[in-house]
Design a protein around this ligand. Sequence first.
Ligand SMILES: Nc1ncnc2c1ncn2[C@@H]1O[C@H](COP(=O)(O)OP(=O)(O)OP(=O)(O)O)[C@@H](O)[C@H]1O
Ligand SMILES: [Mg+2]
Length: 257
Amino acid sequence: MSTLEIRDLHVSVNTESGPKEILKGVDLTIRSGEVHAIMGPNGSGKSTLAYSIAGHPKYQVTSGTVTMDGEDLLAMSVDERARAGLFLAMQYPVEVPGVSVANFLRTAKTAIDGEAPKLRTWVKDVNGAMDRVQMDREFANRSVNEGFSGGEKKRHEVVQLELLNPRFAILDETDSGLDIDALRIVSEGVNRFSAQGDRGVLLITHYTRILRYIKPDFVHVFVNGRVAEQGGQELAERLEAEGYDKYVRAANAAATV
Ligand SMILES: Nc1ncnc2c1ncn2[C@@H]1O[C@H](COP(=O)(O)OP(=O)(O)OP(=O)(O)O)[C@@H](O)[C@H]1O
Ligand SMILES: [Mg+2]
């Protein structure tokens, strides 16, 4: 069993007028076997949190800690974090012209496992993963994400999730841009991953829709760079009905004291 622990995390980005603090003391603990959903208004820092954990160089951690089973993730390079078992599905997956999906997946798998996957089983695994998200096998020959529709990019993220099988998956709006069938297919992929029982999921989303398919153990409301409220599935329902107004006003009031 593993634990991903974020303690009092402060993160800034460089802007033309100097560093700007985006994350203002995030506390979050995810244990293997758990599904956590983060919901919050646009610009509250959800993607910043995802990128900071994964090690994007644009984000400067000014204080706080991120550990996996006590190991300091912040001291690791991006690929070390991936090898330690961290996976990030980006809100806007990057296009990589000239690198085929097949090549990309095999290279990533080799880098993470420290050895190349056996060719015979690997092809079967890739085909199976693509079939399960109803992604045409032809995609294997296309450049990574290039010209993919929004929904195709998200399905491709789930293929990666299945093949790389990390210990902790951070999924940033993996439900955005999906049609009704794709939402179910992608959700089932995430559920298969988490059904292994010893994996952790951090799901960033705007919609309670996906939470009909993926049942979170914990829901966190993220406002103004920190977790403002935590609860169970019922909190997501309440947010849907009431919106974020209450939390935004409380955060603003706290900021002006
Ligand atoms: N270079 C920058 N200069 C100024 N502000 C920045 C810069 N980079 C990021 N930000 C700000 O950081 C804040 C947090 O952005 P982030 O993408 O983490 O939000 P989010 O919660 O993921 O929003 P969304 O729900 O729209 O995806 C935003 O207000 C954004 O404008
Ligand atoms: Mg975002």
